[in-house]
Design a protein around this ligand. Structure first.
Ligand SMILES: NC(=O)c1ccc[n+]([C@@H]2O[C@H](COP(=O)([O-])OP(=O)(O)OC[C@H]3O[C@@H](n4cnc5c(N)ncnc54)[C@H](OP(=O)(O)O)[C@@H]3O)[C@@H](O)[C@H]2O)c1
Length: 257
């Protein structure tokens, strides 16, 4: 299938590592012009080198941006120019229960998880409207469908992204701009490894990840590349009729309908 992303300008935020980087690589493999953004410039540059080496596509650029800062997002969009495809990713919020968080924690999670999407969508949609083409995919979490233990901030803001995207899908469809949200279950990234490392246990991280994988119907924790395939299709010209939807990529872990 021709995904129709060759030479399209793709902006992937929070993409120096993990799921964002895997998505950027998937677009680079298809010949897109990819821009990756996150806070740490040297980490971004390492990611670009890796993507170029692995895909042979040299059209991969970086822009430094802290997604919690409105000004950074404005600068990022100015630097990148009009984009055809926007993949909204962000760092994960800290774990915790209600009494663990003060106003600053709530405000930070709001800026990081929800406001960042509002700002990027506001910035890219005028250009997409002009060219009568756009694809936006939000990377969220399975918490957009089912609350996760100990992840109150995620459980609060991920469902809000679903509501926002559904409303946006109605407003943007007539300009051929489609928007969807994709939630990972458990995918093997630094974030997941760090969460395992923080949990006290006599077993190694590898042993515990293997055990966790055995409880997933497909039999293992997912790889970022497996997640990226879903993003690539939804955020491509080949997707012509899916908008306002949520998709969970979790190897069958979640039982909710
Ligand atoms: N992996 C999973 O199984 C899983 C499951 C459910 C949900 N998720 C969600 O999916 C997203 C990606 O997860 P991941 O596992 O790929 O995480 P990761 O490996 O920790 O990568 C996070 C990326 O986000 C960037 N980032 C963090 N804070 C940022 C900020 N304020 N501004 C700009 N960039 C920022 C980081 O780069 P810098 O540090 O350089 O900024 C890095 O590139 C997270 O929101 C996570 O909660 C992941």
């Amino acid at each position: 299938m021709d995904l129709g992303v060759k030479d399209k300008k793709v902006l992937v935020t929070a993409a120096s590592k993990g799921l964002g980087k895997a998505c950027a690589k998937a677009y680079a493999e298809e010949g897109a012009h990819v821009v990756i953004a996150s806070r740490n410039k040297s980490q971004l540059e390492r990611a670009v080198t890796e993507i170029i080496e692995q895909t042979g596509n040299a059209k991969v650029e970086v822009v430094v941006c802290d997604l919690t800062k409105s000004q950074d997002i404005q600068h990022m969009i100015q630097a990148v120019g009009p984009v055809d495809i926007l993949i909204n990713n962000a760092g994960g919020p800290p774990a915790g229960k209600f009494n663990d968080f003060d106003d600053d924690d709530w405000q930070h999670a709001f800026e990081l998880l929800l406001m960042n999407i509002i700002r990027t969508v506001r910035a890219v949609t005028p250009g997409m409207r002009e060219q009568q083409f756009g694809r936006i995919v939000n990377i969220t979490s399975s918490s957009m469908k089912q609350a996760l233990d100990g992840l109150l901030l995620s459980n609060t803001f991920r469902p809000a992204i679903v509501g926002l995207s559904k409303s946006l899908s109605q407003e943007l469809a007539s300009d051929h701009i489609l928007i969807n949200s994709v939630g990972p279950g458990t995918m093997e990234t630094d974030r997941i490894r760090d969460i395992y490392k923080q949990q006290p246990s006599d077993e190694s991280v590898e042993e515990r990840m293997q055990k966790a994988g055995a409880n997933i119907p497909i039999g293992c924790i997912g790889q970022p590349e497996e997640f990226a395939k879903a993003i690539l299709f939804l955020g491509s010209a080949a997707n012509t009729y899916i908008t306002g939807q949520t998709l969970i990529v979790d190897g069958g872990a979640m039982k909710t309908l």
